[in-house]
Design a protein around this ligand. Sequence first.
Ligand SMILES: Cc1cc2nc3c(=O)[nH]c(=O)nc-3n(C[C@H](O)[C@H](O)[C@H](O)COP(=O)(O)OP(=O)(O)OC[C@H]3O[C@@H](n4cnc5c(N)ncnc54)[C@H](O)[C@@H]3O)c2cc1C
Length: 482
Amino acid sequence: MYDILIIGGGVIGCFIARELAKYQAKIILLEKNNDVCSETSNANSAIIHSGYDPLPNTLKARLNVLSNPLFDQVCKDLDVSFIRNGSLTIALNEEEVETLYELKERAKVNGVEVEILDKEEVLKREPNLSDKVLKALYAPTCAIINPFELTIGLMENAMDNGVELALNSKVVAIAYKDNYFTVTCENNKTYQTKTIINAAGVYADEVAALINDTSFKIKARKGSYFVLDHFDNNFVKHTLFRVPTSKGKGVVITPTTHYNYLIGPSSDFIDAKDDTSTEKEVLDAVKERANSIIEKIPYNQVIRTFSGLRAVSNTDDFIIDYSIVNKQFINVAGIQSPGLAASCGIANMVRDLVLKLHPYEMNPKFNPKRRKMIKLSRMSLEERNNLIKENPTFGRIVCRCEKVSEGEIIDCIRRNAGANSVKGVKKRVRPGFGKCQGTFCQPHVVKILARELNIKEHEVVYDNLGSYLIKYQTKLGEKSED
Ligand SMILES: Cc1cc2nc3c(=O)[nH]c(=O)nc-3n(C[C@H](O)[C@H](O)[C@H](O)COP(=O)(O)OP(=O)(O)OC[C@H]3O[C@@H](n4cnc5c(N)ncnc54)[C@H](O)[C@@H]3O)c2cc1C
């Protein structure tokens, strides 16, 4: 019997798992995919917003503002890439300048430090910006984060502190009897638990409906992006927004923590909650809006496009509360932007709801720090040489674009919540994120995974179960058993 069962291994479920690991409770997290950080948390703008934008007195505003300053410590403890680069919200006409002043007022109510900069100052800070800029709202506390590292780091640290993880475990039925739930997964495994936390992203309404809670609906709103290679560390330093509209924060141009650049997202409601395709017409519209901020975007540096799905609830705010059907079931739903930026505060709020039900004792053995990731890219030559002398696998570069060694790949497979697929390795240590998009390194990554997981190369998957890259071994001249 578990005390707490969390459904969903996105940033929200993983943050809650890590927060609750601080208490003496038996906890498990169920994720339907073959890895954590496989849905919305792996496809977003990766911005820790300052919090001036959400409407005052909403959960979005309160939890964003509360969370923003907490990220420095969390990222230090979990060894997650995080840069406070500040944001500039750009006004290109008089109407938008007026909106900037409204946003400044809103920032004051939300308790966020901002400043309006004139044209000269804005262009001094971002020389590649369009000359048409009139003014900009500067928010110094805005930051960028690596959302893969954060989500995976949270789960790894939760597991280091005793939380269990069950992957490939799609919850399909929930029954309640004698004060506990029986949760059934598509793979026929069942789990008994006193409390459930529903952090199922765009599917949170469907999971709530399993206990007949139909009090909210979630629609998916797609956002598509271009990713540019890291061609110039100074192309854009701040996160650049256009003045927001009713559809969201509009198009953003932002560096990532690895100095790629993201341009997007679009904003369109869709019916299929698993449709993360990209379309030329939508991306053309993104280009048009982005070009109004920077006229000379080098689109020849685009190495990929992708889409993510916002979980938009009918309340248009986060839903974080006991279910109206059963108090032992807590909904954490409608976590659209700024969900990533508010994730610390969301986890704290859920912790308080859980502790009100069951005042668990603190876990005296809780260790907030995860073992540091081994990253050759941030070591001096001397440090690298010493490491290679100790372990020659760090001397074999597998990914030339992102300069990732075999040793780093092995390390990310052997950790708690470790990689078990090609995409899992990519999310953790980056082979495949570069210009060649895995063309050169993928066969080597497959070999390393097969060796480490003690399976055959044709059994290695790209991402989810069944996503094989190799059909069978041709060199043997015969088909393998499967
Ligand atoms: C285009 C876009 C841009 C964004 N930009 C930002 C930004 O810059 N800053 C910011 O703060 N926020 C941003 N967001 C929002 C942010 O990404 C989300 O708020 C956050 O990732 C939500 O995390 P989650 O854990 O709720 O959802 P998810 O990451 O989707 O996780 C939910 C998990 O539940 C699992 N699941 C679902 N159903 C079941 C089931 N039946 N059984 C088991 N598991 C199940 C899913 O597989 C999934 O892994 C953006 C979102 C989008 C789409």
